[in-house]
Design a protein around this ligand. Structure first.
Ligand SMILES: [Zn+2]
Length: 233
């Protein structure tokens, strides 16, 4: 999945307003940040295979350490644990752990049956939505506005950066999405990995920047877990 993961990042702000949008996006996209590093290190394997899926030319030959169910739960626990260890609230840490884990379930919907449940286990899962352009656009086209709405209804711009910087980030994500789906195919896996690392690093830094220029609307105060919990979606 592409912008569906960013939708989760935006939506986390409603559940845990104290969490920066940048951290929430890093959590929701965490498995895809681990994947290119492991591919670059030859721990995981992918190859270009035009027609592999209608909307993805990549054959994910092996990626059990970034995307298997078991290891996803480990990554989620580690992410939440580090956030908590660095002074974050238990509640926010829990939501960030869920954001990391959400990645697996969203990818499960779009990938073909190449998802291992655990390293070394030859049971594969995947529902293959990437073989349907209309289905993919309907799923991600529903998720992204919903996540963005949650963020917009939880924060308000403090200044121009908070207002226009947010829409610039949205434009960046949508442009990247359209380019990934319908743009010219990239020549090799290295090009995909490098573009992936750079684009998501830019999006995360941009999100941290924008979020510092937006305030949580008082009805969702970061310091009032009781009030926040009462409004959980
Ligand atoms: Zn992924």
């Amino acid at each position: 999945m592409f912008i569906g993961h960013f939708a989760v990042g935006f939506g986390i702000k409603r559940a845990a307003p104290e969490v920066s949008l940048g951290t929430a996006i890093v959590a929701a996209c965490f498995l895809d940040r681990v994947w290119p590093l492991l591919v670059a290190a030859d721990v995981e394997t992918a190859k270009i295979d035009p027609g592999n899926m209608v909307l993805s030319p990549l054959d994910f030959v092996s990626y059990p350490y970034s995307h298997s169910l078991l290891i996803t739960l480990v990554w989620a626990g580690l992410f939440a644990g580090v956030y908590r260890w660095r002074g974050g609230s238990a509640r926010a840490a829990l939501w960030l752990g869920l954001a990391v884990a959400s990645h697996w379930s969203l990818d499960l919907v779009v990938h073909r049956a190449d998802f291992a449940l655990a390293p070394g286990l030859d049971m594969r899962a995947g529902l293959g939505l990437w073989n349907s352009v209309a289905g993919t656009l309907a799923a991600e086209g529903s998720l992204f506005p919903a996540g963005l709405w949650l963020y917009l209804s939880t924060t308000r711009a403090r200044d121009r950066i908070g207002r226009w910087g947010l829409w610039g980030l949205v434009a960046l994500l949508l442009t990247s999405y359209v380019a990934a789906l319908f743009g010219p195919p990239r020549p090799n896996v290295d090009a995909i990995v490098i573009a992936d690392i750079l684009a998501t690093a830019l999006a995360a830094v941009w999100a941290y920047w924008v979020d510092r220029h937006r305030d949580v609307i008082p009805s969702y105060p970061a310091s009032s877990p009781v009030s926040g919990e009462a409004r959980l979606p």
